[in-house]
Design a protein. Structure first.
Length: 135
């Protein structure tokens, strides 16, 4: 699925993404400032959470409760230096859970993720719209 959008209609885009998920693990790729965290905020809401979503840049992972007793784990692995650092905070426990996992900057842990996940690539277009590809 490929969608062109602007920030003004990101809530509808997030709902479209949620409706088309085939996995509870979502890897988010895109350059700094493209809107990955903004999309995650709306995805978390579409998954049934009323929690305030913020970037886990320094905490590495934030946890959100949903109205279905499912948790949503939001990772920002930008500051992770190597896979050992991920192991040290228990990444494997999160990855093997049945909860939703939304992972920004997943490059260092890609090989540790099973084959069943959704990949989202976001690119900024010259007119400041975005193109999202859901794989």
């Amino acid at each position: 699925m490929e969608i062109n959008y602007t920030i003004e209609n990101i809530a509808a885009i997030a709902q479209n993404v949620v409706n088309n998920l085939t996995s509870n693990t979502i890897l988010l790729y895109g350059n700094m400032g493209v809107g990955k965290t903004t999309l995650v905020k709306h995805l978390v809401k579409c998954l049934g959470s009323n929690d305030e979503v913020s970037s886990p840049t320094f905490s590495i992972v934030n946890e959100y409760e949903t109205n279905t007793d499912t948790l949503v784990y939001h990772f920002d692995l930008y500051r992770i230096k190597d896979i050992e650092e991920a192991y040290n905070f228990g990444i494997e426990d999160y990855l093997y859970s049945e909860n939703y996992k939304l992972i920004e900057w997943p490059e260092l842990i890609e090989k540790n993720i099973d084959d069943h996940f959704n990949r989202i690539d976001i690119v900024m277009n010259p007119d400041n719209s975005r193109t999202l590809k859901l794989h």
